[in-house]
Write a protein that binds this ligand. Sequence first.
Ligand SMILES: [Mg+2]
Length: 282
Amino acid sequence: MIDEQSFLSLAVRFKAVFLDSYGVIKNYNGLINGAQDTIDFLRKKGIAIRILTNDASRSQEQQAESFSKLGLKGIELHEIVTSGMMAKQFLQDKILSGKIGYLGTENSAHYILQSGLEHISVSDIDLLSIDDISAFVFLDDEGFDWNVDINKTVNLLRRKNIPVIVANSDKLYPVSKNDVAVATGGIAKLVENMLNKKFIHFGKPDSQMFMYAFDELNQFGSFSKNEILMVGDNLNTDILGGNKFGVKTTLVLSGNTSAKDAELQIHASGIIPDFVCPSIMC
Ligand SMILES: [Mg+2]
């Protein structure tokens, strides 16, 4: 049996807490019970908070706005780190000419493409004239024709060897108590497997977000890795990422990993959290 413990009594042993968002602070119903009380408690104890989310569909500003709409008060902009921010930075630093092709919605994740270069939806790309396409981004799981545009993406990436960026590596996301939907990382994985190529994935478990949050945090004091606790509901992203980066990890059972499956999943995956808590509530 897994030894579950109280989150609050665990958290006070750390100087900073990295929280995943979906399944930890919020879910398809809105805020998770007690999220505000826990955030307030951590603040009162002087524990720094950063939110590390693989949701690339909203910018930092839009994330902050969405927390506030859900009723979660007092989250500062700099406390939010998204996989989209990392993808955007990469495009800005590395892709300096040509056009960026993308699969996704015109609006939701568009901030990622604001690097100054022209961008073009895969549905508008003419496969006979792709000389100027210099990178491709898997942006979002909506806003395109799954049959036509995914096939077109496969053909574009067969013909042209360019950096391919996956803004959110999550393969699935929960849409209700029992159901999931295919996320952009799932589509990217499919194309990657078919083409035998390696795309550039942003988001947990990759280390960029952890590194960014760690560096940003250390502008506010001196934090070593063993003084930081990563809290997440997903073994393959949150816990694996935290373990690889070298911070302590807590699996919460309020989202992706249910109490009845946790032990089996930990055993089967070999991804072992340092702690397990029912939720961040108490
Ligand atoms: Mg999650």
